[in-house]
Design a protein around this ligand. Structure first.
Ligand SMILES: *Cc1c(COP(=O)(O)O)cnc(C)c1O
Length: 409
């Protein structure tokens, strides 16, 4: 009989979102009349904007025309999109990244998971705790961790706690980390890193010959002027960091699918024998072999995000979500919760004033306020006692949700 990849059997059985789904279904079955407000999963609620829809239609139309039809495109993405990204997301902000360092994909969940393939199995991986589960689960699947321990941590993985006590800014690991996942603005805590904090990581990575895997999926939600948008704003980062970005949250592409990964030309890692190899070449080889490019109409639609009209329309939607976040922050603070995030990210991360465990908060909000959020402990042991609300919601639901919490005993 064929053998399974036993690393998959190490994965924690009850994944967070299925467990939430189970509890919500059970509640709805018992309370068929209840209008449940969902502010749990990180998915957008507003439709694609007109500038993007027009470009999307145009791309589809071209696919039906003899002269404009396109078959397989470049695995790394069309030049028009890679150039628009390099110009608008980097060069216009004074960051020297060129189109040939950009790899367009169908989203950054896949990229953050797949990137580990180009690294040897004996690298030590570090993650923030709480964490976007993809980094941990793909490390487990790839055989890069030990078994799950009693503590809720996987063996052989470095966890860096991010809590109110350290201002959600993790300490440098005491044990040498070869690969460091950082997510800023952060999911789930909604907090950000300052330039000084990122510099600390870049300095660490250069000193230890480590690689930072920097997930900037929420870059578009930054509102404060001094918050870095890219790891490459830090000097030296091109020698030690890969950056991931996504159109999912900032442009509503969760169902449309588009993201990109930046692998700078000068980023190197070593062979067992000590020889330096450019990671860009390996990622390019990986993508060319296992990926056949993002859909042409979707790339065409994504490029419209950088037009004047596209920018304006997208900014209005981001402002709408961030106003939701502001309402949530202010209401929850007034109710006595400790509130974090929600200023440069669409997530509000709260802690009860009496250390109620995360799943108890979940059950209380669900049963007494008919409201679904995400228990912080589902993102890692250091999330225990915290709870995440997503600002991806319609305004009237946010207001109603805050009223319901206010009326709780
Ligand atoms: C939503 C999200 C992504 C984006 O995933 P896509 O596959 O591009 O939809 C990446 N990282 C984090 C932390 C996210 O929350």
């Amino acid at each position: 009989m064929a053998k399974v990849n036993e690393n998959y059997l190490k994965l924690k059985a009850g994944y967070l979102f299925p467990e939430i789904g189970r509890r919500v279904s059970e509640f709805q079955a018992n309370n068929p009349e209840a209008k449940v407000i969902k502010m749990g999963i990180g998915d957008v609620t507003m439709p694609l904007v007109p500038a993007i829809i027009d470009a999307f239609h145009e791309g589809v139309k071209e696919m039906g025309e003899q002269d404009n039809f396109k078959g397989y495109g470049p695995e790394q993405g069309y030049a028009f999109l890679r150039e628009a990204i390099a110009q608008n997301d980097y060069q216009d902000n004074g960051v020297d990244i060129s189109a040939d360092e950009i790899f367009v994909s169908d989203g950054s969940k896949c990229d953050t998971g797949n990137i580990l393939e180009i690294f040897g199995l004996d690298n030590k991986i570090a993650v923030q705790d709480p964490v976007y589960p993809v980094y941990v689960d793909t490390s487990v699947m790839g055989g890069r961790t030990g078994e799950m321990l009693e503590s809720g941590y996987y063996g052989d993985l470095i966890y860096m706690p991010c809590t109110a006590e350290n201002g959600f800014a993790p300490e440098l690991p005491t044990e040498k980390a070869d690969i460091i996942f950082l997510c800023y603005p952060n999911n789930p805590t909604g907090t950000t890193a300052t330039k000084e904090e990122l510099k600390k990581w870049v300095d660490y990575a250069i000193a230890n010959e480590s690689v930072i895997l920097f997930d900037a999926a929420y870059e578009g939600f930054i509102t404060e002027a001094d918050v870095p948008h890219s790891i490459y704003e830090i000097e030296g980062a091109k020698k030690c960091a890969i950056e991931f970005r996504s159109f999912s949250k900032k442009a509503g592409f969760t169902g449309t699918r588009l993201g990109f990964t930046v692998v700078p030309n000068e980023l190197m890692a070593k062979t067992e024998a000590g020889e330096e190899v450019a990671l860009k070449g390996l990622w390019s080889r990986r993508q060319s072999t296992k990926f056949n490019g993002a859909s042409y109409p979707v790339q065409k639609a994504a490029a419209a995000a950088y037009t004047e009209q596209g920018r304006k329309e997208l900014q209005d939607i981001i402002d709408y979500y961030m106003e939701n976040a502001r309402i949530m922050r202010e209401s929850l603070t007034a109710m006595g919760y400790e509130v974090f995030g929600g200023i440069n990210a669409p997530y509000v991360w709260i802690k009860s004033n009496d250390d109620t465990p995360s799943w108890d908060l979940f059950d209380k909000f669900l049963n007494e306020a008919r409201l679904v959020g995400t228990p912080g402990s589902g993102f890692g042991p250091s999330g225990e006692g915290y709870f995440r609300f997503s600002a991806f919601a319609m305004r009237e639901n946010v207001i109603e949700a805050m009223d319901r919490i206010k009326n709780l005993k």
